[in-house]
Design a protein around this ligand. Structure first.
Ligand code: NAP
Length: 277
C-alpha cells in the first residue's frame, strides 16, 4: 500500500524555487533521518521515503515546526516494483527535487550458506536495484538541468571481504563502483555524485543482523557520521569515508588501481598463462 502525504503551507512553496528539494530514502530512522534533519536545517524541502509512515510523520512534523520547510512523505517498500516505481516517477517528474540521497539499505545476519536465497535476493533488491533505479530515474533530468546531486550510501564493508558480510559487502561494492562511474559520466554535465562509506554506526541496522551494537568497538554516532558526510558533500568529494583518519590511504588505493589500467590492454595472455597442458 502506498500513502503520499504532504506537510506544507502555500507561503513555503516559494522556498522550493530557490533551494532544491531533497528526496531521502530510508528516512524513517538512522542515517536517513539524520540526513533529513540536516537538510531541513539548511532550508531544503524534503521528500521522505520508507515503510514506517508513523515514524516519518513524527519526524516530518518536528522538522516542519522547527525549520518551516515543506515535507512530503511517500510510504514505499523499495523491494516492491510497483511501490519503487512511484518513487521513480516522483524523481522523474518533480523538477523541484535536485538532490537524491540513496540511503535505504539493510543487512542480514549469518554466513552465505546460512542465508536463504530469498533473503539475499531481497537484500540485493533493496541495496542495489532500488538504489540504481532511483539514480536512473533522476539522472537524466539533473543532467539536462546541468545541476543537482546524487548521494549514495555505501559502506567500508564493500572494500573488505575480510569483514565476513559477503553479500552485503558485494552490494556496497556495487554502490561504490556505480557512484564512481556515474561521477565520471555526470560530473561533466554539472551533476555531483558522492559515495559515502560509513563504518560501524549506531543505528538499528545492527539489530537486524542480530548484533548488539553496545558490544561493538569503534562505533560512530549517527550525527557525527552525517555531519562528516555533509562536510564531504560541501567539498564535492567523490568518496567520503568519515572514519578513515588518513585520506592519503584512499588516494594511494585509487592510484594503485589506476596504475593497472594500461596493463589490461594486451592482445596476448600474460607470460604466466602461456604454459600448455
Ligand atoms: N549503521 C551502520 O553501521 C552502517 C554502516 C555502513 C553503511 N550503512 C548503510 O547506511 C544506510 C542506512 O542504514 P542505517 O544504519 O541508518 O539503518 P537503519 O537504522 O536500519 O535504517 C534503514 C532505513 O531504511 C529503511 N528501509 C529498510 N528496508 C526498506 C525497504 N524495503 N523499503 C524502504 N525503506 C526501507 C528503513 O525504514 P522502514 O523500516 O521504515 O522502511 C530505515 O529508514 C544503509 O544503506 C546501510 O547499509 C550503515
Amino acid at each position: 500500500m502506498m500513502i503520499v502525504m504532504n506537510i506544507e503551507s502555500i507561503s513555503e512553496k516559494s522556498n522550493a524555487m530557490t533551494i532544491p528539494s531533497v528526496l531521502i530514502t530510508g528516512a524513517s530512522t538512522g542515517i536517513g533521518a539524520a540526513y533529513a534533519e540536516r537538510f531541513a536545517r539548511r532550508g531544503h524541502d524534503l521528500v521522505l521515503v520508507a515503510r514506517d509512515t508513523a515514524r516519518m510523520e513524527a519526524l516530518a512534523a518536528r522538522l516542519h515546526q522547527e525549520n518551516g520547510v515543506a515535507i512530503d512523505i511517500i510510504q514505499a517498500d523499495l523491494t516492491q516494483a510497483a511501490e519503487l516505481a512511484t518513487v521513480e516517477t516522483r524523481l522523474r517528474d518533480d523538477a523541484r527535487i535536485g538532490i537524491l540521497v540513496n540511503n535505504a539499505g539493510t543487512a542480514i545476519g549469518g554466513s552465505f550458506i546460512e542465508q536463504s536465497t530469498d533473503d539475499v535476493a531481497r537484500l540485493v533488491a533493496l541495496n542495489t536495484t532500488a538504489l540504481l533505479r532511483l539514480a536512473s530515474a533522476i539522472a537524466p533530468r539533473l543532467a539536462a538541468a546541468g545541476e543537482g546531486a546524487i548521494v549514495n550510501i555505501g559502506s567500508v564493508v564493500g572494500l573488505a571481504p575480510e569483514f565476513g558480510m559477503t553479500v552485503y559487502g558485494a552490494t556496497k561494492a556495487f554502490v561504490l563502483f556505480l557512484s564512481q562511474g556515474l561521477s565520471l559520466e555526470l560530473a561533466p554535465k554539472g551533476v555531483y555524485v558522492q559515495a559515502v562509506l560509513p563504518a560501524t554506526t549506531r543505528t538499528e541496522i545492527w539489530g537486524h543482523v542480530g548484533a548488539d551494537v553496545n558490544t561493538l568497538s569503534g562505533v560512530m554516532e549517527v550525527d557525527d557520521l552525517v555531519n562528516a558526510a555533509l562536510v564531504g558533500f560541501d567539498r564535492r568529494e567523490l568518496v567520503t569515508i568519515p572514519p578513515l583518519p588518513d585520506a592519503g590511504q584512499w588516494d594511494a588505493l585509487q592510484a594503485a588501481r589506476q596504475a593497472m589500467l594500461p596493463n589490461y590492454r594486451n592482445e596476448h595472455p600474460a607470460e604466466r598463462y602461456r604454459t600448455v597442458a
